[in-house]
Design a protein around this ligand. Structure first.
Ligand code: DMJ
Length: 681
């Protein structure tokens, strides 16, 4: 409740319109003076005090508003980052591709993000490359630094206004402006661009407040970006991620880089184990050796803890097996055997379809509390690892349990031209929740593992190949469509209501898998589809203002001028997922088309611009459409180190014998396992 107004105050502010005309200034002045004289000393003192108070308040709020306009953050807005973290590169908005795709892109003036590989400097416009520059300050002021605010989405910035923003600063103007940025995800000296030369370093402007009236350029056009530099940039990214993990989450499952703490899922050092083979491949020997020592001295699976069968298999069992193959260090095989045998109780179900959860200390397993169903992708994407464990240990129990699941699913009714429902019941062994078909969450890696098991086994298991080929026909028949505006090929979903033009980022594993199949002798049109889908996955990044894909995209089927990719508010997050860079790796290995490397390079740069946390680590973000405030989620998923950075490294490596795709098959968490030699007939 507000208190009643004070009488003194009212007496002063109400005028007397009956005695004096309202617009007569002289009379009004005289009247005010008379009124003032009529007041008691106490009343006058009170009024003067109130006026003084109002003046002080006005001055204070003026100073705070001015601060915001100048882009100076208020302390609590910076998520407790230290003062040094306030000096960050401004996040440039990334325009969507011109909807007139196909037409030659309009010439863009500005520095190149990076020249094409092997050439010192190729015109960015020849690739339709985006040139990031700061937007012109908007006229409307919103919360946040005015120089970084944008109204509406990027298409609003087109036209005359945009042309003005793209002007190159003249000689003598600063090439880098460093301004504070709400969201604080970027360090001035830690973009993907390789370190500048001594001269260039001197040219870099020191951190200082922004000058909102001038556009500022954040990319140094002179930076060389040949293959070696790109490899080094990925290693730098890994080191930065690892630093955060080591400093704030060592031995725990996941880093929370903003709060500089950790999150626990299973309590098994998930990130550390998921990262082992990446460090080995990147030749980060010191980091690897420290991690190995933790595995030797600290890692214990004898814990009363429930773990998810699928996640533990692909990340921990897969990670340890792969590390054993790369290093031949028995430690990793011993640990793999330990966790593998502790997961086996999951298969003790009436149907032989495993439960989702296992207590690795108690040796018990159970489904989720709310259902007796397991997720289809989960029970059919553990086979590469269990089969390999049997190979190495000569103990057939692992392989038999895993193969049995595939045999059951192979024979099950309820598929739709090879497409499978998303759930399977652990009691009945039948599909449940039938009628919904997707290549995204809950079904994705079923398709991936059909092909990869066939390859792992030396291409001898015909049922796997049969199921894979049929499934791809089903995908083509029911799920593949093209957008109206730009004719982008995408994979949608079938629901009870019919076709839904929705595609999870997870589906971007598919171009790589299709290409791998074609490389292994499967139909050429699989490769054609791979090329088209790869373009779409690239566009899911390219058309976002941050250059990062949303978790889910919807596609427009209507012909016309609209946008191909539509993102719903709830789907705008990015979890640092690997699927697109995974496919880029396969596509580059099989085609040697350098555009795939360029696309991967753009993605790495965007990760560095929008998800890199000062001090160490990368974070998932909430909004790929808002470069001013991508909204850090304070979580670095283990697959960022296990998969995303590994695939980027392999994409940029010129050594095709490094994990040759004719010798290794990657599990769904990017852990390479050997292809078995074909048995003699
Ligand atoms: C990873 O754990 C695996 O790639 C899995 O197949 C899907 N989800 C994440 C990455 O997105």
């Amino acid at each position: 409740m507000y208190p009643p107004p004070r009488k003194d105050f009212i007496a002063l502010t109400v005028s007397d319109p009956l005695s004096y005309p309202y617009n007569n200034g002289k009379h009004r002045k005289q009247s005010c003076w008379r009124k003032w004289k009529q007041l008691s000393r106490l009343q006058r003192s009170l009024i003067l005090f109130l006026l003084a108070l109002l003046l002080v308040l006005a001055l204070l709020s003026h100073s705070s508003i001015t601060k915001r306009w100048r882009g100076l953050p208020e302390k609590e807005d910076w998520l407790q980052l230290g003062d040094r973290d306030l000096n960050v590169i401004p996040a440039p908005p990334k325009p969507v591709l011109d909807p007139d795709a196909g037409k030659p892109p309009a010439p863009v003036v500005g520095p190149h993000l990076e020249p094409a590989e092997g050439q010192p400097d190729v015109a960015a416009e020849s690739r339709g490359q985006i040139i990031p520059i700061l937007p012109k300050p908007p006229t409307k002021r919103k919360r946040g630094p005015p120089s970084l605010q944008r109204d509406g989405n990027v298409s609003d910035t087109k036209g005359e206004e945009k042309k003005k923003q793209e002007a190159v600063p003249g000689e003598g103007e600063e090439e880098k402006k460093i301004v504070s940025w709400r969201g604080a995800m970027i360090e001035a000296d830690q973009t993907t661009e390789p370190p500048p030369s001594a001269n260039e370093k001197e040219a870099v402007a020191p951190p200082e407040p922004p000058e909102p009236a001038k556009p500022a350029i954040v990319v140094n056009p002179e930076v060389p970006t040949g293959p070696a530099d790109r490899l080094e940039a990925v290693r730098d990214a890994f080191r930065h991620a690892w630093k955060g993990y080591k400093d704030y989450a060592w031995g725990h499952d996941e880093l929370k880089p903003i709060s500089k703490s950790f999150g626990e899922w299973f309590g098994l050092g998930l990130t550390l184990i998921d990262s082992l083979d990446t460090m080995w491949i990147m030749e980060l020997k010191e980091e690897f050796s420290e991690a190995r020592s933790w595995v030797e001295k600290e890692l214990s699976f004898n814990k009363n803890v429930d773990v998810n069968l699928f996640e533990t298999t692909i990340r921990i069992l897969g990670g340890l097996l792969s590390c054993y193959h790369l290093t031949r260090d028995q430690l990793f095989l011993e640990k793999a055997k330990d966790i593998g045998s502790r997961l086996m109780p999951a298969f003790k179900t009436p149907s032989k379809i495993p439960f989702s959860d296992v207590n690795i200390g108690m040796g018990t397993a159970h489904p989720p509390r709310w259902t007796s169903d397991s997720t289809l992708a989960e029970v059919t994407s553990i086979q590469l690892e269990f089969r390999e464990l049997s190979h190495l240990t000569q103990d057939p129990q692992y392989q038999e349990a895993a193969n049995e699941v595939m045999r059951i699913v192979h024979k099950l009714p309820g598929k739709n031209d090879g497409l499978v429902p998303m759930f399977i019941n652990t009691n009945s062994g039948q599909f449940s929740h039938k009628g919904v078909f997707t290549l995204g969450a809950r079904a994705d890696s079923y398709y991936e593992y059909l092909l990869k098991q066939w390859i792992q086994g030396g291409k001898t298991e015909d049922e796997l190949l049969e199921d894979y080929l049929q499934a791809i026909e089903g995908v083509k028949k029911h799920l593949v469509k093209q957008t109206g505006p730009g004719r982008l090929t995408f994979v949608g979903e079938l629901t009870h209501n019919g076709f839904n033009p929705k595609m999870d980022h997870l589906v971007c594993f598919l171009p790589g898998t299709l290409a791998l199949g074609a490389h292994n002798g499967l139909p050429g049109d699989h490769m054609d589809l791979a090329v088209q889908l790869m373009e779409t996955c690239h566009q899911m990044y390219q058309q976002m203002e941050t250059g990062l894909s949303p978790e889910i995209a919807h596609f427009s089927l209507h012909a016309g001028e609209g946008q191909d990719v539509v993102v719903k508010p709830a789907d705008r997050h990015n979890l640092l997922r690997p699927e697109t860079v995974e496919s880029l790796f396969y596509m580059y290995r099989f085609t040697k088309d350098t555009k795939y490397r360029d696309w991967g390079w753009d993605i790495l740069q965007s990760f560095n611009k929008y998800t890199k946390v000062p001090g160490g680590g990368y974070t998932s973000i909430n909004n790929v459409r808002d470069p001013m405030n991508p909204g850090p989620r304070d979580k670095m998923e283990s697959f960022f180190l296990g998969e995303t950075l590994k695939y980027l490294y392999l994409l940029f490596s010129n050594d095709t014998e490094l994990l040759s795709l004719d010798k290794y098959v990657f599990n769904t968490e990017a852990h390479p396992l050997p292809i078995w030699p074909t048995p003699p007939n």
